[in-house]
Design a protein around this ligand. Structure first.
Ligand code: SF4
Length: 356
């Protein structure tokens, strides 16, 4: 993205107060490796800050810059200078997939060498600067055998919060749900038997999931946020850009020059659970926490619709719910026996799932 495109996008967002009435803003840099372009990013962030201030915009008092990085150049002086200057308005997540073996399966340099060693040496600095930040792990079929050891390894590295979720694409093989449940039950045993639940959390286990749903909201924020690509086109979420889609055409809802075309945005504003779910999902006894991705719904749908929910994740969610019930059952029995349940409920960490 050129600075000019970023500038036009910022100007549009700040000018259009009528369409963007939120109390705060998150400027999220995602896609590729943002810290490779730290000079450009610094220029963009400085412009956003200056313009929010100059226009006396309410977001000046409530803004955040968000980065997902592979962490390889995190220690470099230019990155560290940027962090120092913006620390109180920054969220930075370093992506590390788990053990060295697991991480190096996918995260390799051009020459095929794994990147694990170079990421791991930056974890202590990152955790010192952002002790509350967790890491995000995404599970696909081939990753299932590594779940338990990977989460425990991330705890060993000092990362306290693990945000983890299954991909939404239809990648699941026969028996994956059983193996997934087994991994989650074994991980639950490790967390509870070794008292790790006191200091660490993993988003797979949540008391809020696995119940019938009354709420009719949309799971995903597509249409409620704005994604801008390098050419200045607007999307309801980056999953509707051409580079994110397998089989459908991109859905462009505007651009930095002409702004948002409200007619193109309108279908996204009517999305909720019932407008896109089949009856089985409406009636489902364990629907709570069963997520969907609007971009994947569109990509996997039989026609060019955003109103057909993909349920490729169904058996994995049900397996997660069974393991989750096991986790809380075992933990509360232990705490009741110790007489420490009240203390735990008062002081524990809660992790919200991040699903994109
Ligand atoms: S996808 Fe499956 S688990 Fe999820 S709500 Fe629908 S029926 Fe329930």
């Amino acid at each position: 993205m050129s600075f000019e495109i970023a500038k036009q996008a910022i100007d549009y967002l700040l000018d259009e107060k009528r369409n963007f009435q939120e109390d705060g803003v998150i400027w999220d840099f995602i896609g590729g490796e943002p810290f490779l372009e730290i000079d450009l990013i610094e220029k963009i962030c400085n412009y956003a800050k200056l313009e929010m201030y100059r226009r006396n915009h309410k977001w000046f008092n409530n803004y955040r810059f968000n980065f997902s990085t592979n962490g390889l150049n995190y220690h470099e002086s230019r990155i560290q200078k940027f962090i120092e200057e913006n620390h109180s308005h920054l969220s930075i997540g370093i992506t590390i997939d788990g053990t060295k073996l697991k991480h190096n399966l996918n995260r390799i340099y051009r020459n095929g060498k794994g990147s694990y060693d170079d990421v791991v040496k930056n974890i202590p600095l990152w955790q010192k600067q952002f002790p509350k930040e967790g890491t995000k792990v995404t599970i696909s079929s081939d990753d299932i055998p590594y779940i338990k050891e990977s989460v425990l390894h991330l705890y060993d590295l000092g990362i306290h919060e693990i945000h983890i979720n299954c991909v939404f694409e239809d990648v699941w093989k026969e028996g994956d749900d059983k193996n997934f449940e087994k991994q989650l039950v074994e991980l639950a045993d490790e967390i509870i038997d070794n008292d790790l639940y006191k200091d660490f959390s993993c988003s797979f286990y949540s008391e809020d999931i696995g119940k019938p749903l009354k709420d009719n909201g949309n799971w995903c924020g597509a249409g409620m946020m704005l994604a801008v690509d390098a050419s200045g086109f607007f999307y309801p979420c980056l999953r509707f850009a051409a580079y994110s889609l397998r089989s459908k055409k991109p859905i462009v809802i505007g651009n930095v020059k002409d702004g948002i075309d409200q007619n193109k945005l309108r279908p996204f504003l009517t999305l909720n659970r019932t407008t896109q779910s089949r009856q089985e999902c409406i009636d489902c006894e364990v629907a709570g926490g069963c997520a969907w991705c609007q971009g994947e719904n569109y990509d996997a749908a039989d026609t060019n619709t955003i109103y057909q929910r993909s349920v490729a994740i169904c058996k994995m969610h049900k397996a997660r719910v069974r393991a989750n019930n096991y986790f809380w059952n075992k933990l509360y029995r232990k705490l009741e026996l110790q007489g420490t349940r009240d203390d735990f409920e008062k002081n524990r960490r809660k992790v919200k799932p991040i699903v994109c």
